[in-house]
Design a protein around this ligand. Structure first.
Ligand SMILES: [Zn+2]
Length: 62
């Protein structure tokens, strides 16, 4: 489905869990949370590479 890949070559997939919320949006999860972790902040999500420690910030736009 989707994947996230770091500059260092570390990558993992995001997979659909099959669970949906009341608006029909399906939940997704990281396939391997040893490879990447993420933190949800007020206006962004930060993904952190578990190999090299590099962090990527996804900002919220509305
Ligand atoms: Zn990395």
């Amino acid at each position: 489905m989707m994947h996230i890949e770091c500059e260092c070559g570390n990558r993992t997939e995001l997979f659909a869990t099959g669970d949906r919320d009341e608006q029909g949006r399906e939940f997704i999860e990281l396939e391997d949370d040893d490879r990447f972790s993420f933190a949800i902040g007020e206006d962004s999500i930060v993904f952190k590479c578990g190999f090299c420690g590099y962090r990527y910030r996804l900002k919220r736009y509305e």
